[in-house]
Write a protein that binds this ligand. Structure first.
Ligand SMILES: [Fe+2]
Ligand SMILES: [Fe+2]
Length: 287
């Protein structure tokens, strides 16, 4: 929960760099064998890597909103990971701003009870990795004010010469043309987007990581990469979502160096099946 001691208290390095694996959009549910099978593929692969830390970028559950018991079950799945882990919530876990489904404070409470804090800061060598709750942004709820205060404190305390990674479920930015033409649920909305970007510009933040779109992509900005993590479960069919990146299932591999460079790649673990909703399996969201 917010204010509790951090779950992850120390992250080791491998060969002088820190290997962060980002898993996203697992949509775990005991009702969907393909999701749990692909999760097992990720867990088995991680046991054979030299990764140091796992971050889940949200949409942990298939339907944490409608079935809060899936949030409790998802914690058991996370605890299968052979490495320290942290997670930020997704719209399928707690709702969204704007909805539908709208942000649910009850589900946010269930997330905190079962999974842990929805915002956190980790020290990974010289790097600070910050996770925030994207769905509070522009909600107007007191929880949003509380998160802004916390985030501003984190930035105020951050040395200018130490690199940062920001993790949140929804992508933060793209070109002005793309932002204007995208469906409203795709990106962090305005004015929160500009407020976060203004904060990022006050410090050295070369990497922003998101999930949500189920497509792997790296969007470059001067001095900053925005890495979109793929889903480890399934991609969406063209009739539901146009291709803007790579529609493949897998995970993000990020190597953080001592000097502040971040090397981002997509990995397709052997045990992760390549699935498309509505094609290889029924689409539970009825897109
Ligand atoms: Fe998702
Ligand atoms: Fe999502």
């Amino acid at each position: 929960m917010v204010g509790d001691p951090p779950r992850v208290t120390g992250v080791g390095s491998t060969g002088g760099e820190w290997h962060l694996v980002v898993v996203s959009d697992t949509h775990l549910s005991e009702r969907v064998a393909s999701a749990t099978d692909n999760w097992s593929g990720v867990v088995d692969w991680l046991a054979q890597t030299e990764a140091n830390l796992v971050v889940h970028a949200g949409d942990l559950t298939l339907d944490g909103i409608g079935r809060p018991e899936e949030l409790a079950a998802a914690r058991d799945f996370l605890d299968q990971l052979p490495l320290p882990w942290e997670a930020v919530p997704g719209n399928h876990d707690i709702g969204d701003t704007p909805g539908p489904p709208a942000l649910s404070l009850d589900r946010l409470g269930a997330w905190r009870d079962h999974v842990g804090a929805d915002r956190w800061a980790l020290q990974v060598g010289p790097w600070t990795v910050l996770g925030i709750n994207a769905h509070l942004l522009d909600s107007g709820d007191p929880e949003e004010s509380s998160q802004w205060s916390w985030l501003e404190e984190q930035f105020a305390a951050q040395p200018n010469d130490a690199p940062m990674v920001l993790v949140l479920h929804k992508p933060l930015s793209a070109s002005a043309t793309e932002l204007a033409g995208a469906p409203k649920y795709r990106f962090v909305g305005s004015p929160a987007r500009e407020r976060v970007e203004d904060l990022l510009d006050t410090r050295w933040c070369p990497l922003v990581v998101s999930g949500h779109v189920h497509q792997y992509r790296v969007v470059g900005q001067p001095g900053r990469q925005h890495a979109w993590a793929p889903s480890s479960w399934a991609v969406l069919p063209e009739y539901a979502q146009a291709t803007v990146g790579l529609k493949r299932c897998g995970v993000l591999s990020i190597k953080l160096s001592e000097s502040g460079t971040a090397e981002v790649a997509m990995v397709e673990p052997p045990g992760v099946g390549q699935l498309t909703l509505g094609v290889d399996l029924p689409d539970p969201y009825d897109h």
